[in-house]
Design a protein around this ligand. Structure first.
Ligand code: HEM
Length: 228
């Protein structure tokens, strides 16, 4: 069999993976809200939370691979995770606007910041998508491009995490005051998002200090050699 057929297609793999999380999240959502939910809303929750999960995975794989070699095998999926995650977030933004905002425009007034941050996050994710083309990488140079996409994607992820916090805080407060055991889906995903950001921050601090320590060590050994 030619090699090309045997090779696994990363796009298909991520889509198959998301076909397990979308129904799982949809069913979990319905099982934890204790109110009637339309089929569109149910499926949309699956797409929304899967989108955020995939984007989070695409960001966390690099930092995880720094400490555990096991994660290196998944590094090639980062682009697919990011782009498919963005597509699902786009579906959430468009369908969410149609089913939540259009019938109840007061959401924009009452949840101004939540909606504004969601739109801004989506726009930044779009920029990441637009600059993920090989031609852009060649034009900018790999190092510059990597740094640029890292800044934009993390900024977008922070905004999306704040968007979830502002949109869902009342739901989490209701849950904390109730006897319900299983937490709202949005709270689980929000905790995952905080983990992604905290771990990235840890890697940033680690890199800064490790680099500083290595530089000092080199300078000390160089000055010793020059004395000798
Ligand atoms: C045009 C941009 C966006 C708009 C208008 C928007 C709108 C909304 C609204 C109205 C809600 C509350 C209703 C609900 O629970 O679904 C919500 C929740 C949420 N949004 Fe967005 N959003 C946008 C972008 C994003 C982006 C970029 C992400 C992240 C990738 C995101 C992730 C979420 C999540 C995870 C929830 C909680 C869903 C749940 O209850 O399980 N949103 N959004």
């Amino acid at each position: 069999m030619p090699n090309i057929i045997k090779k696994r297609n990363p796009w298909k793999n991520i889509i198959f993976f998301s076909l397990t999380t979308i129904p799982f999240f949809s069913v979990y959502y319905v099982g934890t809200v204790y109110e009637s939910v339309s089929i569109v809303e149910m499926v949309l929750k699956g797409f929304t939370n899967t989108g955020y999960l995939l984007i989070g995975f695409s960001l966390i794989l690099g930092p995880l691979g720094k400490f555990w070699n096991y994660f290196d095998q998944f590094l090639t999926y980062r682009k697919q995770l990011g782009i498919i995650g963005f597509m699902y977030a786009l579906i959430h933004g468009v369908v969410g606007t149609i089913i939540y905002v259009f019938p109840n425009p007061d959401i924009i007034v009452n949840n101004y910041w939540a909606v504004a941050l969601g739109i801004l996050a989506l726009y930044l994710f779009y920029i990441c998508y637009a600059i993920s083309e090989i031609i852009v990488i060649k034009t900018l140079g790999a190092k510059k491009w990597r740094r640029l996409i890292r800044y934009i994607s993390y900024s977008a992820f922070i905004l999306a995490t704040m968007h979830i916090y502002l949109a869902k805080l009342p739901v989490w407060q209701e849950y904390i005051d109730s006897d319900i055991i299983f937490p709202p889906l949005s709270l689980i995903l929000f905790s995952f998002g905080l983990f992604v950001l905290a771990f990235r921050f840890y890697v940033f601090i680690y890199d800064t200090f490790a680099l500083g320590y290595a530089t000092i060590k080199t300078l000390v050994s160089e000055s010793r050699q020059s004395k000798d």
